[in-house]
Design a binder for this molecule. Structure first.
Ligand code: PEP
Ligand code: MG
Length: 767
């Protein structure tokens, strides 16, 4: 029986011996790639540990007849097993083998006690997807033989976390069939690190590589906490075709105690380019060889320590279209690269097309498939044209304006808040829009995503990480439901109602007057049904109409909408709905109708609450039509005003199941910044201490009262905010379609970090 395997003894075929992670590291090592040295405590060693301590029978006994849907039972049993494993004795020969191997690793690293990463590597060969492997623990910066042995034992125990037990029960796997190998690998204390894609994942150009790099440890780039420099490399010459230097205000480092720390970047490095031409060439060479070795485009995590390049992880890129762009179609204009305008990058992606300026909705027919729509600010009646556009550019707006929300949902690159787009750009000019960086270039730099089906892909093939915090998705247009569902999100955290009406082009009052109640009920029901179908049985949170007067005035029959000085502070949200009860009643009837059709996955939420009495009135109205909110349908409120946040206990007393933080409005109302006004966009901060204080207060108060919390504002799509929310105990996060992958990773990483910190603090430790 082999207890330890070194990387030079391992290949891709050894998943059953060293787990998925161990096998892929061994494969790269033996192909000659610069992987940090490592050994693996094998799956046999784990089985030996279990056998010697006679744990198999005990584990089986504990898990017999477990009800994994009972969280208390699941947690109790998981803890019992983990305690058994942590208190068991590491067999002497196995302990000696681990210590000797660690010492050998240290000898190869100058003889000092080395920092190592101790990573779980599950033998998931008979499991349907690799996500299983990601569920066990990793311990970074472990030092000293004794600590390494302990960390290995902790990894063994992590095979029985509640979510791992839950997953195996759900999938019908025998708990004792799955074994766990443990990789012990020298830590790299990098001065720079990042990610390399061997094919450009944005425009799917197979003749380009993309390198992202930042200072310090790779943690910052991988989690999305740091905006890295981006280098696009020509695969033939291995020279950069485009370089974008980001301002890197923070970086991650290893401190004296060996802990990973987020610190401010030294002033002179903040705007300094991270990678030299020589380093890019070397990274490019390694990227090419790895791609050749695996025979497919790869996504590689790299790090540079004292000038030496290391590969820390390699996995196939799952979001590419097969050879969708061979690079031969790459057309360069003479003037490519000249910056015409800068604004706020509101929806990532790169696209080129002819400018069409829309000054009045009557001109909307000008937009043809693939054009760049340029306007002061988009309005809901422009949506059909927005769908045809390859990119959208506006004078006004910030990250949560109409253009930004809709284009992110459509997957169309968008730049907002340029202030002068309608002046600077001229009809029929050829431009390229970079929705990531917020730049409009003259000419066609790269072939853009012109056709809808070529639009930015969402990662649907990637393994789904299971997180304790639910990951939900926001939907504004029912027609994107399938695309949203394909993200693997746990449900819809916000389904906006506005577009269901705007799509008809007719004001709801006019529909009601001319076609009757049933017709309006069906408008709502049709939209909700589309989404509830795509997600069934996952929950869909329908939010009642939040109709701002300025947006509804453009509809047929909308002439009577009052003209308000400041619509954002005006007749909108639930206060308007309670004034126009006939429309709200139709929305409630639509939910009732869908329930009778069998859709049990719909929840109801009301917007812009400022008084507890609004909650009571909605419940009364629902009761009148025979719908018991909180009983027949889960019922919640949006917290979008400081008022709602501060009186959350009064609102809870009215009886609600959940709240959802609407940070788009909460921010504007807390710090007095109009979310649509580009002049003050730079002051719009969802992480302003006052906003954070309100959010923390709401989450903690709701927790105390057993009310679930979620977020559906744009801040839920930002990794730095999500870290805080998870730490405060939020139950779910609802993000934009394009942000789901990143947010899911951030949540998983934060949850794991919390567990690690808890263990380090001794609050969880059993040894
Ligand atoms: C919010 O205010 O955060 C929110 C999600 O609602 P909307 O953007 O539709 O106002
Ligand atoms: Mg809002």
């Amino acid at each position: 029986m082999k207890l330890i395997a070194w990387l030079d003894e391992i290949s891709n075929r050894d998943v059953d011996v060293v787990g998925g992670k161990g096998a892929s590291l061994g494969e790269m090592w033996n192909a000659g790639f610069p992987v940090p040295p490592a050994f693996v405590v094998t799956a046999d060693a784990y089985r030996y540990f279990i056998r010697e301590n006679k744990l198999d029978k005990k584990i089986r006994e504990i898990l017999k007849d477990i009800d994994v849907n009972n969280p208390e039972e699941l947690n109790r049993k998981s803890e019992e097993i983990r305690r058994l494993i942590l208190n068991a004795k590491m067999p002497k020969d196995l302990e000696i083998s681990i210590i000797e191997s660690y010492n050998r690793l240290c000898e190869e690293s100058n003889g000092e006690d080395a920092f190592v990463a101790v990573r779980s590597s599950a033998t998931a060969e008979d499991l349907p997807d690799a996500s299983f492997a990601g569920q066990q623990e990793t311990y970074l910066n472990v030092k000293g033989a004794e600590n390494v042995v302990k960390a290995v034992q902790k990894c063994f125990a992590s095979l029985f976390t509640p979510r791992a037990i839950f997953y195996r029960e759900q999938k019908g796997f025998d708990h004792l069939d799955v074994a766990l190998a443990v990789v012990v690998q020298k830590m790299i204390n990098s001065e720079k690190a990042g990610v390399l894609f061997t094919v450009n994942p944005i425009n799917h150009n197979y003749e380009e590589m993309v390198v992202e790099g930042a200072w310090g440890l790779g943690e910052g780039v991988v989690s999305g906490a740091v905006t890295p420099d981006t280098y696009i490399i020509d695969k033939k010459t291995l020279t950069p075709k485009s370089i974008s230097i980001a301002r890197k205000d923070i970086m991650f480092i290893r401190d004296e105690k060996g802990e990973t720390k987020k610190v401010e970047t030294p002033e002179d490095l903040k705007e300094k380019r991270v990678l030299s031409e020589e380093e890019l060439r070397k990274l490019g060479e390694i990227g090419l060889s790895i791609e050749k070795h695996y025979g497919r485009p790869m996504d590689i995590e790299w790090a540079i320590e004292r000038g030496n390049i290391y590969m820390l992880q390699g996995r196939p890129i799952t979001t590419l279209k097969e050879n969708s762009n061979s690079g031969k179609t790459l057309e360069k204009s003479q003037e490519s690269g000249e910056i015409l305008l800068k604004g706020i990058g509101a929806s990532p992606g790169l696209a080129s097309g002819k400018v069409k300026i829309i000054r009045d909705i009557k001109e909307i027919d000008k937009i043809e498939e693939g054009d760049v729509l340029v306007t002061k600010m988009t309005t809901p009646d422009m949506v059909p044209a927005m769908k045809k556009a390859s990119a959208i550019v506006t004078d006004d707006g910030g990250l949560t304006c109409h253009a930004a929300i809709i284009s992110r949902e459509l997957g169309t690159p968008c730049v907002v808040g340029t202030q002068r787009a309608t002046e600077v750009l001229k009809d029929n000019m050829l431009v390229t829009v970079d929705g990531e960086k917020g730049i409009v270039y003259r000419g066609e730099i790269k072939r853009g995503d012109k056709k809808k089906e070529e639009k930015r892909e969402i990662s649907t093939g990637a393994p789904v990480i299971i997180t304790a915090t639910e990951i939900m998705v926001n939907v504004s247009m029912p027609e994107v439901a399938e695309r949203a569902a394909a993200t693997g999100a746990d449900g819809v955290g916000l389904l906006r109602a506005e577009h269901m009406i705007l799509e008809t082009g007719v004001h709801p009052i006019k529909i009601l007057r001319e076609k009757g109640e049933d017709a309006l009920v069906e408008v709502f029901a049709e939209g909700i049904r589309k989404v509830a179908d795509a997600f069934y049985p996952r929950p869909v949170t329908y939010r009642t109409l939040d109709a701002p007067t300025d947006e509804f005035r453009g509809l047929e029959g909308g002439e009577d909408e009052p003209v308000e000085q400041n619509p954002m502070l005006g007749w909108r949200g639930i206060r308007r709905s309670l004034d126009e009860k006939d429309i709200l009643k139709c929305e409630l009837l639509a939910i009732k109708k869908l329930r009778s059709e069998g859709y049990k996955n719909i929840r109801l939420m009301i917007p812009l609450v400022t008084n507890a009495s609004e909650v009571r009135k909605v419940k009364e109205l629902a009761r009148e039509i025979g719908l018991e909110l909180g009983k027949d349908v889960e019922f919640g409120v949006m917290v979008e005003t400081p008022a709602a946040a501060l009186i959350i206990e009064d609102i809870i007393k009215e009886g609600i199941d959940f709240v959802s933080l609407g940070t788009n409005d909460l921010t504007q109302y807390t710090i007095a910044i109009d979310r649509n006004n580009e002049l003050v966009a730079k002051y719009y901060r969802e992480n302003h201490p006052a906003v954070l204080k309100l959010i923390e207060y709401v989450i903690k108060t709701c927790k105390k009262h057993g009310v679930k919390t979620s977020i559906c504002g744009q801040a839920g799509s930002r990794p730095s905010m999500v870290e805080k929310l998870v730490r405060w105990g939020i139950d779910s996060i609802s993000a934009n379609i394009d942000a789901i992958d990143t947010i899911r990773k951030t949540v998983a990483r934060t949850e794991q970090r919390i567990i690690l910190e808890t263990i380090r603090d001794g609050r969880f430790s059993r040894d």
